[in-house]
Design a protein around this ligand. Structure first.
Ligand SMILES: Nc1ncnc2c1ncn2[C@@H]1O[C@H](COP(=O)(O)OP(=O)(O)OP(=O)(O)O)[C@@H](O)[C@H]1O
Ligand SMILES: [Mg+2]
Length: 334
């Protein structure tokens, strides 16, 4: 298996200063049919500011790794073997009260479908405040307000929306709020488990860019989980491909895309859009038409604040009064 750091060097780094090092980790679930090895002897390490993507089919063990790193494995799960060290501290042997000091504060997770888990009867801002106050009970009101404003700015939600309830947010805003919550205590490591799966592709693209920017600005370590290799590649420099609980291939984004070694990786890539076609697509540069901008995200495009004109001139060839479809929909599978 390809690894981006030679083993001897890696071992040295694991012991010295890795933000996170996972070695030979094996996790099983007790089920009615016996022990299920959901994660099977996986090893990887991560430095501060690094981003590592886990990609693999449903059920291959991605979330189980995230839950183990948060100390949130269910009762029927057991770490059968291996080590997890975070900032040189052994995570496997932590007690629940020790976990409470790390979870959320130093290691935070954006859970799968987390945006649906926002409390519907509490304003979004209050929920983020709660995350901060839980770990910093002595924080002053002024610092708390500044921190909240900073977080909302970071994830690009207008500060005045702080007092809105989750149902008053769009899906993309809810997901941004969940990211703000994960960043609330300035963690050293963020685990993002399928953070954009429920979003449409345009919003997904915005959120992915934001996650990347925030991660690079804050130099947080990032573990990004997805079943979509294109999504993982758009955020992470390094990729682990998982299959049946094992890491079957590791490498930089370029290595995995240009010379995939494992058959499963090749299958993943061959089921993905042809990259050749993408060069032909002209995505409009929104900044070219600043006069039409009403908000920076949807500049130049119709939006609720700049609706489609009532009378759209008919297309001379088709007679249609609707704008033509975007070129995105013209991408053809290989
Ligand atoms: N609490 C549990 N009890 C028993 N088996 C479980 C439990 N949680 C997960 N599993 C099993 O462990 C395996 C790995 O599950 P996991 O949720 O980690 O997969 P995943 O890669 O995150 O999948 P997905 O992409 O669908 O989210 C699956 O076979 C799953 O059915
Ligand atoms: Mg999962």
């Amino acid at each position: 298996m390809r690894c981006w750091i030679p083993v001897c060097e890696r071992r040295g780094r694991l012991n010295k200063m890795s933000l996170l090092s996972v070695d030979n980790l094996t996790i099983g679930y007790q089920t009615q049919k016996g022990l299920l090895r959901a994660v099977d002897r996986i090893s990887f390490d991560l430095e501060r500011g690094d981003s590592l993507g886990f990609v693999g089919e449903s059920g291959c063990g991605k979330t189980t790794i995230g839950m183990a790193l948060m100390g949130l494995l269910p009762e029927n799960a057991e770490i059968l073997e291996g080590q997890m060290r975070f900032q040189a501290r052994d995570l496997v042997s932590l007690t629940e009260s020790q976990w409470q000091k790390i979870r959320g504060a130093k290691i935070a997770m954006i859970f799968q479908a987390a945006m649906n888990a926002l409390n519907p009867v509490l304003p979004v801002g209050d929920q983020i405040k709660e995350a901060i106050v839980t770990h910093q009970p002595d924080i002053s009101d002024t610092d708390l307000t500044d921190r909240m404003k900073g977080l909302f700015d970071l994830v690009d939600i207008p500060v005045e929306r702080m007092n809105n309830y989750p149902h008053e947010y769009s899906g993309g805003m809810k997901q941004r709020a969940v990211i703000a919550m994960a960043l609330a205590c300035d963690p050293a490591l963020i685990i993002a488990d399928e953070p954009t799966t429920a979003l449409d592709v345009i919003v997904q693209d915005q959120i992915l860019k934001e996650i990347k920017t925030v991660q690079q600005t804050t130099r947080t370590g990032l573990i990004f989980i997805s079943h979509d290799i294109a999504v993982v590649a758009s955020v992470c420099e390094k990729i682990c491909v998982m299959y049946a609980g094992q890491i079957v291939e590791t490498g930089t984004r370029k290595e995995v895309f240009t010379s995939p070694r494992h058959p499963y990786t090749r299958m993943l890539l061959s089921s993905y859009l042809s990259l050749d076609n993408l060069n032909d697509i002209k995505v409009p540069d929104m900044k070219e038409s600043p006069d039409q901008m009403t908000d920076t995200k949807n500049a130049g495009l119709p939006s609720p604040v700049r609706p489609v004109p009532m009378a759209v001139p008919a297309d001379s060839q088709t007679g249609s009064t609707y704008p033509p479809p975007t070129r995105h929909s013209a991408v053809i599978r290989k």
